[in-house]
Ligand binder design. Structure first.
Ligand code: KG4
Ligand code: ZN
Length: 334
């Protein structure tokens, strides 16, 4: 098994993942409750919470586990909030030194890319990936286990960030994506909103979400501010925001599907927890006769240790040199 540590943002998660990609444990501490009270993640608070909780999370994951069953340790080394990353990396280095184990550094977005493998194995190559979270938003051609190319990205906000900022404008908490989506489900359609689908038909495969966010702000201001909105109005606005984000994401993917005849799509990252995105992606893949795979459990869509374990296992299985000296691991910053 691989012991994997993820602490790139407001959570600390430690997982045990088998070499067959089965999840043996996935323990998570999240400080999202604090971010909810402050309206977003405050880096210093997230780092303090990570530092206070990491020992507890590691202890929970290692409960009743023999060290002989651990072949390697893995840790997220970037991108992310510095204080939170340092906490995970220093803990992982200490364990690697004490237990004399290899330490595999994992890039956070590669972790998300590997989340669909959890519980179902490595899968086929080549594949196309839509990786979409609060911090990144990319379309990737993944050619072979350790070789991929990004063909499209958001040129401004990531889709998850757009969900979060629009949710905040609607007076909802953090993280906004699931809250906005739940509100959208109660829409009655009595109040019509029409928001733009930025760059939906632009050249290439890049995306943009900041124009949508601004349109939402103007619509709220035009109607006298969010205090003047009824619950029904908020729900109708939320439904239109969710539809706009999902349409843009899938229009860009559909265009890429036309150009690259790969026939297998994976969607991953926090926003892949979104029900509308899941349903619409399913319909798109049926129509195009592509296969589709997404993380099996919602807990593997958002940040978690298990996906870092899957990524480390992929690196481990396909690397000839398995030394992975802990002394050469350090944080990667943007
Ligand atoms: O992957 P993740 O946990 O963290 C980053 O790497 O950024 O993604 C978090 C993002 C947040 O923006 C959150 O609002 C969004 O994923 N998210 C959702 C849903 N669940 C989480 N967005 C839309 N619908 C959801 N159900
Ligand atoms: Zn993430």
């Amino acid at each position: 098994m691989i012991l994997a540590i993820e602490s790139s943002c407001d959570e600390v998660s430690v997982a045990l993942v088998g070499h067959d990609y089965t999840v043996r444990k996935n323990i998570l501490y999240s400080s999202a409750g604090i971010a909810n009270a402050t309206g977003g993640v405050v880096p210093e608070m997230a780092a303090r919470k990570a530092e206070q909780n990491i020992a507890w999370v590691i202890t929970q994951a290692m409960d009743l586990v023999s060290l002989d069953n651990i072949s390697a340790i893995a840790v997220t080394c970037g991108y992310g909030l510095l204080g939170s990353l340092f906490t995970g990396i220093e803990a992982a280095k200490t364990l690697a030194f004490l237990w004399k184990k290899p330490l595999i550094p994992v890039f956070h977005t590669f972790g998300h890319m590997c989340a669909p493998m959890l519980g179902s194995g490595e899968g086929v190559f080549p594949r196309m990936v839509l990786s979409v979270s609060g911090g990144h938003n990319e379309i990737i051609l993944w050619k072979s286990p350790l070789q991929w190319e990004r063909i499209g990205k958001s040129i401004d906000d990531a889709a998850g960030e757009c969900f979060d900022k629009c949710a905040r404008m609607l007076g909802l908490g953090y993280p906004g994506g699931p809250l906005l989506s739940a509100l959208a489900k109660t829409a009655t359609g009595q109040h019509s909103f029409s928001f733009p689908r930025p760059m939906m038909h632009a050249e290439g495969f890049d995306m943009s979400f900041s124009g949508l966010k601004t349109a939402v702000l103007y619509a709220i201001e035009k109607n006298g501010g969010i205090g003047e909105f009824s619950q029904e109005q908020k729900a109708d606005a939320a439904q239109e925001i969710e539809k706009a984000i999902v349409e843009v994401l899938l229009a860009r993917v559909a265009k890429a599907m036309k150009v690259f005849e790969i026939r297998h799509l994976e969607i991953t990252g926090g926003v892949s927890a979104n029900t509308l995105l899941r349903e619409e992606a399913n319909s798109l893949c049926i129509k195009k006769k592509w296969t589709l795979r997404m993380p099996q459990k919602i807990e593997f869509c958002t940040d978690n240790g298990a996906m870092i374990g899957a990524a480390a296992n992929c690196i481990w299985q396909h690397s000839i040199d398995k030394t992975f000296d802990f002394r050469s691991v350090s944080v990667i910053t943007r």
